[in-house]
Design a protein around this ligand. Structure first.
Ligand code: LIP
Length: 259
């Protein structure tokens, strides 16, 4: 199943890379203020869904662009959760920080994860209980002993209210670590934590397709993922902190007031 997801991600990447050479030709629409979708998101999702359903015609689908398939329900044995371009705003601008995110949920539990960065050709994969990998090499969170030694990533959604709260959270965390970076792709931020490229990440108001694959990568790389109060319903809640165990505890202490 992981191999099928990798094949699907690579097919989507072909669509995305081709389009990235001529961004003026893509069709952009605004779902809501500053929340964009392009014809390339839709074409990439179609390529992913076709590949998955060719191999597994009975599986359910939850795609950012196509929504839930008719057979998706709480009882679905297998459901694929897809974000064809996580970081669409970056993609539209040619800002090279976006990725394809595909997760498999099996009876409510995420068991497979693929995040593919088509710009850097970085393929992140994880299988529950079998570790996390970047381009076939095992990855682990960095786990510094103190937040004061950590580089943290964070983002915020498009709503003005979310921005105001984000600025307060930024003010809280930034002076206590090496810095906070905001680069517009939740899935890649999680993959970066898993690979030890950053030490922690926080964001509120996300959708399940933004975080399902990335959360498995982090936990399989030895990290912790939770809500702002440390609880574990982050996939449904959409508010997430991810980090190595020591930094996670310190981030929860600082960010719990924003839960
Ligand atoms: C985006 C996220 C980003 C978040 C945006 C949006 P999209 O996903 O990854 O981190 O701040 O609100 O959800 O819409 O590009 O797939």
């Amino acid at each position: 199943m992981l191999n099928t997801a990798i094949k699907a991600a690579r097919r989507a990447a072909t669509v995305i890379n081709r389009a990235s050479f001529d961004l003026d030709r893509i069709t952009v629409s605004e779902k809501e203020h500053n929340n964009f979708v392009t014809d390339i998101d839709q074409a990439a999702e179609q390529a992913i869904v076709e590949t998955l359903l060719k191999a597994y015609p009975d599986h359910a689908i939850l795609g950012e662009e196509s929504g839930p398939s008719k057979n998706l329900n709480d009882e679905s044995e297998y459901a694929w959760i897809i974000d064809p371009i996580d970081g669409t705003t970056n993609f539209i601008h040619g800002y090279p920080n976006y990725c394809i995110s595909i997760a498999l949920q099996q009876k409510g539990v995420i068991t497979q994860a693929v995040i593919y960065d088509p710009v850097r050709n970085d393929l992140f994969t994880a299988t529950k209980g079998a570790g996390a990998y970047l381009n076939d090499k095992r990855i682990r969170v960095r786990n510094p002993d103190r937040l004061a030694k950590a580089l943290i990533a964070a983002n915020h959604g498009p709503e003005p209210r979310a921005l105001a709260e984000f600025l307060r959270m930024y003010e809280t965390v930034h002076p206590r670590c090496h810095g906070v970076r905001a680069s517009g792709s939740a899935a890649l931020e999680l993959a970066n934590v898993a690979a030890g490229r950053s030490d922690g990440y926080f964001e509120k108001g996300l959708k399940v397709w933004d975080i399902a694959a990335g959360a498995l990568l982090v936990t399989e790389a030895g990290g912790i993922v939770g809500e702002f109060n440390g609880e574990s319903e982050y996939l449904h809640k959409g508010d997430i902190i991810a980090a190595g165990p020591k930094v996670f505890a310190q981030m929860v202490t600082l960010l719990a007031p924003f839960a």
